[in-house]
Design a protein around this ligand. Structure first.
Ligand code: ADP
Length: 394
């Protein structure tokens, strides 16, 4: 029997939703509540190809969820809320406690709460969403899908930092890896595409936030990400890897506090910080066309860091079945993909320029003679959440 499942991605001031009919994976309605708890809040609904925006006061997540349930009834997407069998929540941090998606009960809630210190911006927001749905759709089962879930299979030698071992054990100071839902989606997609149960991949998710994983036998093996989401690759506004002692040096030189420096590394660095123009790769590409030296530099750093991680991740695998590109930049920027792949010549990877000249669709973008094939794989985190929710609830 068909049933309906909500997919929720809650931020501290936003709540993104999609309602799926499962197992067909058909999106019935989707939308976004913005500026929750701030002035000028609003929500947008996407229905039958139309976008409807409404300005409304949203003091907290409960108010957003209440309006969402009312709109589902108003637009007759459901006749009664009990048609919604499950609500799947993206939860950013599962620590080392959750290796897989899980049905939410009081114990799970308390564990998510106990992990607040690892993700102080994200987990509290995720929990607000979970509690609001418990109130407004009490009959639906709730499921948590963790961004750290898929990466949790990484072996110890790949997640341990070379710090006193007690810190790793006692404080959980280790690599976790995030973006797991996207990398898992791509892995599942490639398993079908290559018709292999056990695939070895290097998956690149390049967007505003960027990350890479090596996948060994269809499981996360190593990553560019680390303890926090500001590690590894250069991102829109995040620095990615920097030398930790430079923080202390910059505090002395600039007079900024520790928190202020960290804020700059998170919000004013990356493509934005280097280019001085924008965090958006389209603006960087425009700047490059106009010969803007700082945009050219920002792009070179971005590309070089990715190529460096491809080499590092590749060396950890016995063989690589494919390299994949997803995320806003990975899916839509032929220029960036070309620059990356051209630097992979030492690995005997050969770009097919014509095939690469596409946006947003599954495509093989290397020549047949290429030692490792590269693909664009548009990611879909929502459907991954819907699948896990359906499978756990049905
Ligand atoms: P987030 O990490 O916030 O989910 P996205 O995956 O949506 O981010 O990626 C946003 C990035 O994708 C931006 O840098 C944007 O410029 C880039 N992007 C989107 N469309 C294009 C395009 N057509 N060409 C180049 N870059 C693009």
């Amino acid at each position: 029997m068909n049933s309906k499942y909500l997919v929720i991605n809650g931020g501290s001031s936003s709540l993104k939703f999609s309602l799926y009919e499962m197992p067909e994976e058909k999106v019935l309605i989707s939308g976004l509540f913005e500026r929750i708890g701030i002035d000028n809040s609003s929500y947008t609904i996407k229905l039958n190809g139309e976008k409807i925006k409404k300005e409304v006061t949203l003091n907290n997540h409960e108010e957003a969820v209440k309006i969402l349930t009312e709109e589902l009834l108003n637009y007759k997407i459901v006749n009664s809320l009990d048609e919604i069998k499950g609500v799947g929540h993206r939860v950013v941090h599962g620590g080392d406690k959750f290796k897989e998606s899980t049905l939410i009960n009081d114990e799970v809630i308390s564990t998510i709460r106990n992990l607040f210190h690892l993700a102080p911006l994200h987990n509290p927001a995720n929990l607000m969403g979970i509690e609001a749905f418990k109130e407004f759709i009490p009959d639906a089962k709730e499921v948590a899908i963790f961004d750290t879930g898929f990466p949790a299979s990484m072996p110890m030698e790949n997640y341990t930092y070379a710090i006193p071992y007690e810190w790793t054990e006692k404080y959980g100071a280790r690599k976790y890896g995030f973006h797991g839902i996207s990398h898992e989606y791509v892995t599942e997609f490639m398993k079908k595409e290559l018709n292999k149960e056990n695939v070895n991949l290097i998956t690149c998710h390049l967007g505003n936030g960027s990350s890479m994983f090596s996948i060994k036998d269809s499981k996360a093996f190593d990553t560019s990400l680390g303890f926090s989401t500001n590690s590894g690759l250069i991102m829109g506004t995040r620095s990615g890897d920097v030398d930790t002692l430079m923080v202390q040096y910059l505090m002395k030189e600039t007079g900024l506090s520790f928190d202020e420096i960290i804020n700059v590394l998170n919000k004013e660095s990356g493509l934005l910080g280097v280019s001085g123009v924008s965090s958006d790769s389209r603006d960087i590409e425009e700047g490059m066309k106009n010969g803007n030296a700082r945009c050219i530099l920002a792009q070179a750093l971005f590309v070089n860091r990715i190529v460096g991680y491809i080499a590092k991740l590749w060396i950890g695998l016995d063989h690589v079945d494919a390299i994949t590109f997803a995320g806003g930049i990975g899916e839509n920027s032929p220029v960036t993909r070309k620059q990356i792949i051209e630097k992979l010549k030492p690995l005997e990877i050969e770009l097919d320029e014509e095939a690469n000249n596409v946006r947003g669709k599954f495509t093989l973008i290397t020549k047949e003679s290429s030692k490792i094939p590269c693909y664009i794989v548009p990611t879909d985190e929502e459907v991954m959440i819907a699948r896990d929710t359906y499978n756990l609830v049905k």
